[in-house]
Design a protein around this ligand. Structure first.
Ligand code: GUN
Ligand code: ZN
Length: 432
């Protein structure tokens, strides 16, 4: 056989279950202090303790002293907003009007979209993120640009064209019919092509007419396998606005539910201010939440109730939500997530955090049979982390005696400086 086997020696950590769902946290993960990850044809062959007798030294990439984990999964991000990260002073609705819509206008130009798509993917992989659920703009060519760029490194991405036909500047509006036709054409072109997957992407209820939401639901019924990706209950003014636009509905989530847009492949970014009925709808429909800590703090949106999601058995993934989010980095995202839980008198352990960033993200996107940990035959997407990229981290780590404490310090202090290398489909796509 000409298949090339690659072997990586490092400390290796991956999750096999949600730490919240097991009696003892130790049964949620596997950790190999001196481990060996074997990869062949872009798939995981095995993860096991390294043995000099069995594995020798030849042909083994030596990452001793580093930590290998599965590639991070970002369950909510806007690639066209990359350049408007850190826009001052506004909460959601004013932020959209002032900064977001003018920025997104530029993506009618395919060449411009190509340029930003490439930059965006470089940001993802240099932060250890190997899969993301991504918003494009209203322009179908923005999604072509992103999938074309992803194909060049064979990265697993889920993305979609924004559907929006009211309550935004004319230059960003489609129509109910054109959004249906364009989304359908993109599904037929991209969904399941290589590692690309498609998400039907109504921006949020206020920017779609009932007619557009009806057609989004029709599309979902015609292609039940594709995702639905939108925003929900992020900001209190937004929620009041939805109530005034859809007075006939019981609430914000009921708008999406009514049009057939809830379900096990529907991902709702934010979902901060949910009623008991809405939590029940999440549980009943097996819909998913993307928790976006840096964005929720940056826009002053509120504190997501991760503990309530756990209690209701609702799947949650982590999202950066760049450009409202302030970092592409999942360690930084977990740092802020921890503080959001602290403000509610709750804890977020390092194990739960790293689970969310890896296997939890994969489960949120219903692709945990493909990615998320190092079980045999999964796709070989992984990150090599440096424990001590700064002098402060080095000092802190030297005082640490347990794995959990070291992981927690990494989660609080770590960022892109800690990403040593990133592998997608078994191939190195980033090296510090
Ligand atoms: N709600 C509707 N559009 C957006 C967006 O672009 N970003 C965020 N954070 N929320 C939204
Ligand atoms: Zn968003």
């Amino acid at each position: 056989s000409f298949a090339k086997t690659k072997r990586f020696r490092a400390s290796i950590l991956h999750f096999v279950n949600d730490p919240a769902k097991v009696e003892k946290v130790e049964s949620s993960y596997e950790y190999f202090e001196d481990g060996l990850l074997t990869v062949r044809n872009g798939k995981v062959v095995s993860v096991e303790p390294y043995s000099r007798k069995v594995h020798g030294r030849r042909g083994v990439k030596d990452y001793r002293g580093k930590l290998i984990v599965p590639g991070f999964v970002d369950t909510h991000i806007h690639f066209p907003q990359t350049e408007m990260i850190a826009a001052y002073g506004e909460q959601l609705l004013e932020w959209l009007e002032t900064y977001t819509f003018p920025t997104e206008k530029q993506f009618e130009d395919k060449a411009y979209a190509d340029k930003i798509a490439k930059f965006f993917l470089e940001q993802l992989v240099s932060n250890g993120t190997t899969t993301a659920l991504v918003f494009g703009t209203v322009h179908p060519q923005s999604v072509d640009a992103l999938f074309e760029a992803a194909e060049t490194i064979n990265m697993r991405l889920v993305a979609g064209k924004v559907m929006m036909n009211r309550n935004a500047p004319n230059y960003l509006l489609d129509t109910a019919k054109s959004s249906y036709d364009d989304s359908k054409a993109l599904i037929q072109k991209w969904h399941g092509k290589g590692r690309n997957l498609y998400a039907i992407t109504p921006r949020f209820a206020p920017t779609s007419t009932p007619e557009q939401l009806t057609l989004a639901g029709k599309l979902k019924a015609e292609f039940p396998d594709v995702y639905v990706h939108t925003h929900l209950s992020e900001n209190l003014n937004e929620i009041e606005w939805v109530k005034s636009l859809f007075p006939e509905r019981a609430g914000y989530l009921d708008v999406y539910d009514h049009y057939g847009l809830t379900g096990d492949k529907s991902v709702f970014a934010h979902s901060i201010h949910l009623t008991d009925d809405e939590w029940a709808t999440f549980a009943e429909t097996d819909s998913v939440i993307s928790f976006c800590p840096t964005s929720n703090l940056f826009l002053g949106s509120g504190l997501f109730k991760l503990h309530v999601a756990e209690k209701n058995g609702v799947r949650v993934g982590l999202g950066t939500d760049v450009g409202a989010g302030t970092s592409f980095n999942q360690l930084q995202t977990l740092n802020e997530a921890y503080k959001i839980m602290q403000l509610q008198g709750k804890k977020l352990s390092a194990f739960k955090g790293l689970y969310l960033a890896t296997l939890g993200g994969a489960e949120s996107l219903s692709i945990d049979h493909l990615i998320g940990n190092f079980k045999e035959d999964k796709e070989a997407d992984f990150v090599v982390l440096n424990w001590d990229a700064t002098k402060l981290q080095k000092l802190r780590m030297s005082r640490s005696t347990t794995l959990e404490d070291r992981l927690f310090a990494l989660m609080m202090l770590g960022d892109d400086r800690n990403i040593e290398a990133t592998y997608v489909d078994g191939r190195k796509v980033f090296q510090k």
